[in-house]
Ligand binder design. Structure first.
Ligand SMILES: NC(=O)c1ccc[n+]([C@@H]2O[C@H](COP(=O)([O-])OP(=O)(O)OC[C@H]3O[C@@H](n4cnc5c(N)ncnc54)[C@H](OP(=O)(O)O)[C@@H]3O)[C@@H](O)[C@H]2O)c1
Length: 271
């Protein structure tokens, strides 16, 4: 095993975004990156694009690499872990993005010394603008966790959380883009309803969301209500709009949605 080498098992949507980020954004030498997927075409395509190593077998990845990302679907992880457990070496770190698969479960499938990190990314990670919740198992040192976080910066921001909050991270952040997409979709329809062409309404709404989010990001000490109040003049248009939103239960609807998604994540995990 070479401490510099990084393995990636599962080169689908998330796995390939991670591999591209690690090589193109973080600047890891592609010769140190080993890619593996059951789908050989995916490995060949990605390794060619990145100039990285396309591994022929799981054994090749596990024997070479110290940091190993697992990006297969949750239903495929158990058989994967059983097929690698005999090759696992002291000091290797396994970082899994499989939704709902606990650190405890992964540790129970691997030798007792195994170091496991659990991640919950969301789809904006595909553009390097995602949010990745991260929890580390007891065998992982702070330095090892920091090293993994450094590689993940290519996909967005990382937020350390205790593992019991992973279902909540799924409900708030993993599901998060869907709330925003629905909001945008509805606002575009509203734009059409008040007279804009759909493409014009779409451009306006998307930029509005990006701009408003950036205002909050750049005024991180300000509560969102402060920025909202600053565009609310007495007896003005915003007041009229807010009144309708409050009357229709906008806040309570969003709160309930996030709680429902969190509960569903817990149910799926237990199931
Ligand atoms: N996409 C998201 O928004 C999102 C968000 C949060 C978390 N995640 C998590 O990210 C993980 C990957 O999701 P994805 O959307 O990238 O999935 P994906 O596109 O289906 O990619 C998974 C890849 O892993 C391959 N694979 C399956 N078993 C394997 C094995 N034993 N060894 C090597 N490769 C294997 C699959 O090959 P085959 O197609 O041939 O089976 C496929 O190419 C999932 O666990 C998901 O829960 C995804």
């Amino acid at each position: 095993m070479d401490i510099e080498k990084i393995g990636l098992i599962g080169c689908g949507a998330m796995g390939s975004a991670l591999a591209k980020g690690i090589v193109k954004k973080v600047g890891v030498d592609p010769a140190q990156v080993y890619l593996y997927d059951l789908n050989r075409e995916r490995v060949e395509e990605l390794s060619l694009e990145l100039n990285a190593n396309g591994a022929e077998s799981l054994e090749e990845v596990i024997s070479q690499c110290r940091q190993i990302f697992i990006a297969v679907k949750p239903q495929d992880i158990e058989s994967l872990l059983y097929s690698i457990k005999d090759y696992v070496q002291q000091g290797q770190i396994f970082a899994s993005i499989a939704a709902g698969i606990t650190i405890n479960f992964i540790e129970s499938c691997l030798p007792s010394f195994s170091k496991v990190i659990r991640l919950m990314p969301n789809t904006p990670c595909l553009l390097g603008e995602g949010t990745i919740a991260i929890s580390a198992g007891d065998n992982v040192t702070a330095e090892e966790r920091d090293d993994i976080e450094e590689l993940l910066k290519s996909m967005g921001i990382t937020i350390r959380i205790p593992e019991y909050l992973m279902d909540a991270a799924t409900g708030l952040s993993g599901t998060g883009p869907a709330y925003v997409f629905l909001f945008i979709e509805t606002m575009i329809d509203a734009g059409v309803a008040v007279g804009f062409r759909r493409d014009v309404a779409s451009e306006m709404v998307i930029q509005n969301v990006i701009g408003s989010a950036r205002m909050l990001q750049e005024n991180s000490k300000k509560h969102p209500a402060e920025l909202r109040n600053s565009v609310t003049s007495p007896a003005g248009t915003t007041t009229a709009a807010m009144h309708v939103l409050e009357e229709s239960g906008f806040r309570s609807c969003l709160l309930k949605s996030v709680i429902a998604a969190t509960n569903q994540a817990e149910k799926l995990r237990r199931g």
